[in-house]
Ligand binder design. Structure first.
Ligand code: ADP
Ligand code: MG
Length: 249
């Protein structure tokens, strides 16, 4: 287990659904090496969020096992900031929960974290005064405040415009390179997955399973517009489509 930060073995999850069960995940097996950036792509309803929620301890698995080494932080599609707190206070709260007891220290750390996500000068804004992309930056700073070893990201940039998303990709990759973070990033966008990941796992549609794994050996930095990236993303999209056809062909 030592060379794996996240190990998932035959993990299944069923939700009660009327008098039957809805199987969201069926025997998912995957591993993440320390410092790896792995993306999961799958259609909506393929159990991606369920998997992250189980790994984050928000849901329990029905069967199978998993192990996560170190501290875990989860980031959602919606920033889920407290609207009555400023950007800084949202980050400070995460620091408080982490056990940073001195108020002045929390404030300084929040300042540094917001600077790392390029929000210097916006510390005292409340969420409604920030754009969608800025809110996700605060959410990222808050995730970093948890001093996590493993960052689980659930379609975090799904609701921001394309240019903002491209900038957020760059910043996420910069933060990842400068740290020892292991990242599991969920998206339904094959290009985004290829832009970011060392590996891309394609999920089957309900129940979710790993259908295929793609090793992404394109050199970094990668451009969303590069033809090389489009070729790999095209292969992944083909595989996804195959999964989504009722007959599987
Ligand atoms: P994804 O994130 O890939 O879109 P989800 O993990 O959200 O997929 O959902 C997978 C399946 O599990 C869906 O059919 C969804 O309706 C169902 N599901 C998810 N969470 C619950 C829940 N708390 N109760 C019942 N069914 C759920
Ligand atoms: Mg989801």
């Amino acid at each position: 287990m030592s060379s794996r930060t996240v190990a998932v073995e035959r993990l299944s999850k069923a939700f009660p659904h009327g008098d039957r069960n809805l199987v969201a995940l069926q025997e998912v097996t995957l591993d993440l090496q320390p410092g790896e950036f792995v993306c999961i792509v799958g259609a909506s309803g393929s159990g991606k969020s369920t998997l992250l929620n189980v790994l984050a301890g928000l849901e329990t698995a029905s069967s199978g096992r998993f192990e996560v080494q170190g501290r875990v932080a989860l980031m959602f599609q919606e920033a889920a900031l407290f609207p009555w707190l400023t950007a800084s206070q949202n980050v400070e709260l995460a620091l408080k929960l982490r056990g940073v007891n001195k108020r002045s220290e929390r404030r300084q750390l929040a300042h540094d974290l917001l600077e790392r996500v390029h929000l210097h000068g916006f510390e005292r804004r409340r969420p409604h005064e920030l754009s969608g992309g800025m809110k996700q930056r605060v959410a990222l700073a808050r995730a970093l405040a948890q001093d996590a070893d493993v960052l689980l990201m659930d379609e975090p940039f799904g609701s921001v415009d394309a240019i903002t998303r491209d900038l957020l990709h760059e910043e996420l990759l910069r933060l990842w390179r400068a740290s020892s973070l292991t990242i599991l990033f969920v998206t339904h966008n094959a290009r985004e997955a290829v832009r970011l990941g060392d590996r891309v796992l394609v999920f089957t549609s309900r129940p979710g399973r790993v259908a295929q794994e793609f090793e992404i050996d394109l050199p970094r930095p990668r451009s969303l517009d590069s033809p090389e990236l489009a070729v790999v993303a095209g292969r992944i999209t083909e595989r996804l489509k195959q999964e989504m056809r009722p007959d599987g062909h």
